[in-house]
Design a binder for this molecule. Structure first.
Ligand SMILES: C[S@@+](CC[C@H](N)C(=O)[O-])C[C@H]1O[C@@H](n2cnc3c(N)ncnc32)[C@H](O)[C@@H]1O
Length: 311
């Protein structure tokens, strides 16, 4: 099993128990963009299993503190094990970046970098019990955290009426075939509720037909559901100004986005903050991974890195 997953995603450890399947994206570009300052605090808003962290920590001044946030407890546990050798320099918090203003108030004004690497990791994608991947036979969950008070993707597709479902797919995933997909889902669930991600991917595939280029036909449906279930856009819209507030003058805000909606949100925030004189934009156009990186790690292909400096 591990060998199959490693062949698909690339693993960093040999043998049967990969420590983390996730390959951090655009590491070289991130390293070139971060501010290095004695006594600094690095905030990794989406630390996951510590992919970026393990590459950044050796390159930062030795007295820098590294604070990682994530909603995913299993990912934080992987990061804890992976970064254990850095001892007290690393603090990992099970928190949403949405609340970073309060959660990190003690560091306000001392933060030299805030990094957001949005979306989900290869480990989350490969974990069938999370319901993120088209082939997953586990429950259609899609929550980043284990908060049972929140809706799951299964509850959304099995209870929302057709119009609400179509609007959701259009607004949250920019899915142009939203109406046909919503109709197919509501018809299918009259026979039996949709339980797994694989069932949903099949229904969507049948509703909209063949693959579009490299994209699976259910890509936008899955994106919309994941974004809705985790309220991703509001979380990011609240986190960006909080991150800018936490930064010290000259500190850097780095955001890696993987789809256009998210990237537009970042672009707009950067522009507004620049117009107010709060940030200076360092990437007029987003940076993209090199062809070499995309060959080595195909999942990096849609990444866009934007960087700004606090004034
Ligand atoms: C692409 S992964 C980050 C990978 C990481 N940079 C690395 O190299 O290992 C995105 C991470 O963001 C986390 N995440 C999603 N929404 C979040 C939120 N609101 N607050 C904190 N973490 C979040 C996910 O759980 C996931 O672990």
């Amino acid at each position: 099993m591990a060998a199959t997953i490693c062949a698909e995603f690339g693993c960093e450890t040999a043998g049967d128990s990969p420590r983390s399947l996730h390959e951090p994206v655009m590491v070289r570009e991130v390293l070139a963009a971060v501010a290095r300052r004695e006594g600094g605090v690095f905030v990794d808003a989406t630390v996951n299993g510590g992919g970026h962290a393990s590459q950044l920590l050796p390159e930062l001044p030795a007295d820098n503190v590294y604070v990682g946030l994530d909603l995913d407890a299993a990912a934080l546990e992987r990061a804890r094990r992976r970064l254990a050798s850095y001892g007290g320099r690393v603090t990992l918090l099970p928190a949403s970046f949405r609340t970073m203003g309060e959660a990190l108030a003690e560091y306000a004004g001392r933060v030299t970098n805030v990094l957001f690497d949005l979306g989900l990791s290869s480990d989350q994608l490969a974990d069938e019990s999370r319901g993120f991947s088209f082939a997953a036979a586990g429950p259609l969950n899609m929550r980043f955290d284990g908060d049972d008070s929140k809706l799951t993707a299964a509850e959304v597709v099995n209870t929302f009426d057709e119009k609400r479902l179509a609007d959701l797919l259009y607004e949250w995933g920019e899915e142009r075939r939203s109406r046909a997909i919503a109709r197919a889902i509501t018809r299918r669930r009259q026979e039996a509720p949709l339980r797994t991600a694989a069932e949903l991917a099949e229904v969507v595939g049948r509703a909209v037909g063949r693959r579009r280029g490299r994209l699976h036909p259910a890509t936008r449906t899955f994106l919309a559901l994941r974004a809705f279930v985790n309220d991703e856009y509001a979380a990011l819209a609240e986190a960006l100004p909080a991150a800018a507030d936490l930064l010290a003058a000259g500190g850097r805000l780095l955001v890696i986005a993987y789809h256009s909606f998210e990237d537009r949100l970042v672009k707009r925030f950067f522009r507004e903050a620049a117009a107010r004189g709060a940030l200076r934009i360092l990437t007029p156009k987003p940076q993209r991974p090199t062809a070499e990186e995309v060959r080595y790690n195909p999942r990096s292909r849609s990444a866009r890195l934007r960087t700004a400096e606090k004034l």
